[in-house]
Ligand binder design. Structure first.
Ligand code: PLP
Length: 379
């Protein structure tokens, strides 16, 4: 196996050493936080400390953080129970066509159950405007769900402005934000957006897979998605995944301590984009991404699945879009109205603060070579 050259940090991130260490300690301390004896209370105390850390990362109070099993669970919980909370207002949901499947499929499921769905279309750059959202609001709108940072284009949606517009229209409309890609990737804390519900996930920030959190703004009386033993203040039953939670918190702590991370990530992304365009004249930039870590390019007409496989065989990991697509054309790029050859050759590159120019050079050389050995079709 070649050395791994990884440019797929939007799909998942390697576990940070701090997270691994914290997880090992938490696995060794196997107490159940709900047990009343001292060993259990110690586990509960640790979870409390981890909640405080994640709350600091979100910019909110610890009592507003509820641990989940992943971003998908957070999105499902927020949307399914959010619309229930707004049922007296009506059954209209507003979301965007560029959301992750965890949001889109949940909204479509609700549509099948009788809710009405308005899906805001992006422009050619993948942007959604505040005016578009304002025009979609109705007296019976129960919930708006809008992501912060798109996982395929790296475009940042104007969530704070949209929250203001929604609340000015009617403070009773709930605002959910899927911030799985935006968490710890912007200078401002997420709670400052003003959203009522915010989803984050551990494995996108150097934590383990199998843990996430839902921010529920104080005063929002969201019902639980999972009922049972009443953990997490009765809002999320299931014995706390103490090791996952410990790893998630340790990763947040380590990321927050790295104050130069956003600049370093953006710099290596800019370097890669510039060199790629110079090396491969056919390459087009779909989105340079406002996000420090994500951009999208295309080799029009080339089969991106083949490019991904050829690079993968050399130990270079990139993606043809969201890892969740599994070979289907990206609904995000399609919604942006990209021409068919652009869709077929679309590639997502995503970076970390520790990505190096040497790694970028390896990627550029490999993609250049692949583009010379594979033939495009322009249909
Ligand atoms: N939302 C966005 C924007 C994502 O990028 C992802 C994962 O790729 C998810 C939700 C789902 O998160 P998880 O993998 O933790 O379920």
């Amino acid at each position: 196996m070649n050395t791994l050259t990884y440019f797929d940090y939007a799909a998942t991130t390697p576990l940070r050493p701090e997270a691994l260490e914290a997880m090992a300690a938490a696995l060794a301390h196997f107490g159940n936080p709900s047990s009343r004896y001292a060993y259990g209370r110690e586990a509960a105390h640790r979870v409390k400390e981890h909640r405080e850390t994640v709350a600091r990362a979100l910019g909110c109070a610890p009592g507003e953080v509820f641990f989940t099993s992943c971003g998908t669970e957070g999105d499902n919980w927020a949307i399914r129970k959010g619309v229930e909370l707004g049922r007296r207002r009506g059954r209209h949901i507003v979301t965007t066509a560029v959301e992750h499947a965890a949001v889109l499929e949940t909204c479509r499921d609700l549509e099948r159950q009788g809710y009405e769905l308005t899906c805001l279309r992006p422009d050619r750059q993948g942007r959604i405007g505040v005016e578009q959202l304002r025009a979609a609001l109705r007296p019976d709108t129960a919930l708006v769900s809008m992501m912060l940072m798109n996982n395929e284009t790296g475009v940042v949606l104007p969530v704070a402005d949209c929250v203001r517009a929604v609340k000015a229209f009617d403070p009773g409309i709930l605002f959910h934000c899927d911030a799985v890609q935006g968490f710890l990737k912007l200078p401002d804390p997420l709670a400052a957006t003003g959203a009522d519900l915010i989803t984050v996930s551990g494995h996108k920030v150097g934590g383990p897979k199998g843990v996430g959190a839902l921010y529920v703004k104080k005063g929002v009386r969201l019902a639980p998605l999972l009922t049972g033993g009443g953990q997490e203040e009765g809002l999320r039953s299931g014995t706390e995944a103490t090791a996952q939670i410990a790893g998630f918190a340790a990763a947040c702590q380590a990321v927050m301590a790295d104050t130069g991370r956003l600049e370093r990530t953006a710099a290596v992304k800019a370097y890669t984009l510039e060199r790629l365009q110079a090396a491969i004249p056919a390459l087009e930039v779909i989105s340079p991404g406002d996000a420090p870590h994500i951009c999208a390019v295309t080799l029009p007409g080339y089969p991106s699945e083949v490019l991904v496989r050829v690079l993968g065989d050399q130990g270079i990991c990139i993606s043809s879009g969201s890892a969740c697509h599994k070979g289907k054309p990206s609904h995000v790029f399609a919604a942006m109205g990209l021409p068919r050859p652009w869709l077929s050759g679309a590639l997502r590159l995503s970076f970390a603060p520790d990505s190096t120019r040497e790694e970028a050079d390896r990627l550029i050389a490999a993609l250049t070579q692949a583009s010379q050995s594979i033939f495009p079709t322009m249909s």
